[in-house]
Write a protein that binds this ligand. Structure first.
Ligand code: GAP
Length: 440
């Protein structure tokens, strides 16, 4: 399997992902997407939107504000309980998430249980720990010109609440039949104690979430259907290898405060198996809390049966960065072509930043360049994501396109001028075939 450092290095070298605010020494847990990274990210988010929203009749989109009335986070339980177990090494004062200091340590571990484990500090090797304290992960800010207790607001730690607070707006404007879902993509912010593993655990990330509203009696069957659909999305649309994807039934002690069942879908990343996404049964927890806190009636009236009730919710939630890292990890390959080593990103064609690269065999032959430009323009009319490359020699261009995952390179040579055929070189096999321009 590929190493994470190799993926990080490729991402930097080829303009996929850079450390956030790098010129000022960086900012832990933040990453900037470069030209190639933005293209890959946009394709992943578009594929998700198409699969979950556009191709279904029971899904509606929203795009809610990131800043929300702070009562949102009181009602949702985040102010009281969205916290990680923080422990400090008394020797070197390093601070860590207690449950990340060993593979079998639950999030709910108490100070007493933790002390007994004799865990060593990863920085200084001592085993002298403070009490575990709960550290709330929401970023606070102030809204307006006065910074006091009355102006506190939070950067949203999940996109989900922007969906719940719009539940009634969607019902009252679209009149959907139950079951139906509301989907949202957007930024979420978490003051993670230890951001790590490149873009796996960030302080600023993007989520793609669905709140699927169901009759309380039907949640079990629908949970299984949505779980199966998630696998179909990951394997068939995104092209992740099935054998690296695993379901994990999260035990009650480790579930989020709102969930009565959670299945994490995990992925075998270069540094080990980690949560890629989760699907949770949130019951009527959120709508009920909004009803209590706002005094607004959150019930849904079934037009067919006349029954009124608060719907229950199943929530598939996935982080864009985690999905993107899974895609990169699955695609990153080192192999040999004609005895020389190369790095190649075997991205599925539908996700590759560029579908084709067009070049003249020789840059200093105007007749080849002119013909190549014509072919380039023709392809651009069919596909938006075609790139032009006439730098270096042809071998170097192939290596560069392999590293950014371009599935096919189209090369215009002297034969093209005679018979209107081009060489198409396949990224994965490096095989070259002659194809008529009209058939490209
Ligand atoms: N609304 C439910 C929710 O937010 P979560 O398990 O805390 O649940 C959902 O987060 C998904 O968001 C995770 O499975 C992961 O893909 C992504 N995610 C959460 N925290 C993240 C972080 N700090 N960095 C990157 N992705 C994160």
């Amino acid at each position: 399997m590929s190493k994470l450092e190799d993926i990080v290095s490729l991402c930097k070298r080829r303009g996929f992902i850079f450390p956030g605010s790098e010129v000022y020494g960086g900012m832990a847990g933040t990453w900037d997407f470069g030209p190639l990274g933005v293209m890959l990210k946009n394709k992943i988010t578009a594929a998700w939107w198409q699969f979950w929203v556009e191709q279904r009749d029971d899904m509606y989109g929203v795009d809610a504000a990131i800043l929300m009335n702070p009562r949102t986070w009181e009602a949702s339980g985040h102010v009281a309980t969205f916290a990680d177990p923080l422990v400090e090494c008394k020797h070197c004062h390093g601070r860590f998430r207690a449950d990340k200091l060993g593979s079998d340590i639950p999030e709910s571990i108490t100070s007493e249980e933790f002390q007994k484990l004799g865990v060593k500090c990863p920085t200084c090797g001592q085993s002298d720990w403070s009490e575990i304290r709960k550290f709330n992960m929401m970023f606070q800010t102030h809204v307006g010109p006065v910074s006091d207790d009355t102006s506190i607001a939070y950067l949203r730690p999940e996109t989900a609440q922007g969906i719940f607070t719009n539940f009634k707006n969607v019902v009252d404007t679209i009149y959907p039949d139950l079951p139906f879902g509301i989907a949202q993509q957007g930024k979420a912010f978490r003051n993670e104690i230890s951001p790590r593993d490149f873009i796996l655990r960030d302080r600023e990330c993007s989520q793609m979430e669905i709140e699927y509203f169901v009759h309380p009696d039907t949640w079990q069957g629908i949970f299984e259907q949505l779980l199966a659909e998630q696998h179909r999305f990951l394997e068939e649309v995104i092209g992740l290898p099935k054998e690296r994807i695993h379901d994990y039934e999260v035990p009650a002690t480790d579930r989020a405060h709102y969930s009565q069942r959670t299945v994490d879908i995990e992925f075998d990343y270069p540094n080990g198996r980690e949560e890629l996404m989760g699907i949770a049964y949130r019951t009527d927890f959120d709508l009920m809390n909004i009803q209590r806190a706002s005094g607004k009636n959150m019930s849904y009236r079934d037009k067919h049966t006349g029954e009124s009730f608060i719907p229950h919710v199943i929530e598939p939630s996935i982080g864009v960065e985690r999905l993107l890292l899974a895609v990169l990890s699955a695609a990153y390959t080192e192999d040999e072509i004609d005895g020389s080593p190369r790095i190649v990103l075997k991205l599925p064609a539908q996700l590759a930043p560029y579908r084709f690269c067009v070049s003249p065999l020789l840059k200093n032959k105007p007749e080849l360049v002119e013909k190549a430009r014509t072919v380039y323009q023709q392809l651009r009319q069919k596909y938006t994501n075609v790139t032009w490359d006439d730098s270096g020699n042809i071998g170097k261009r192939y290596r560069k396109q392999d590293e950014i995952g371009t599935p096919a390179c189209v090369v215009i040579d002297f034969d093209t001028l005679e018979d209107d055929t081009v060489t198409v070189r396949d990224r994965d096999t490096a095989q070259q075939t002659r194809v008529k321009i009209a058939e490209l």
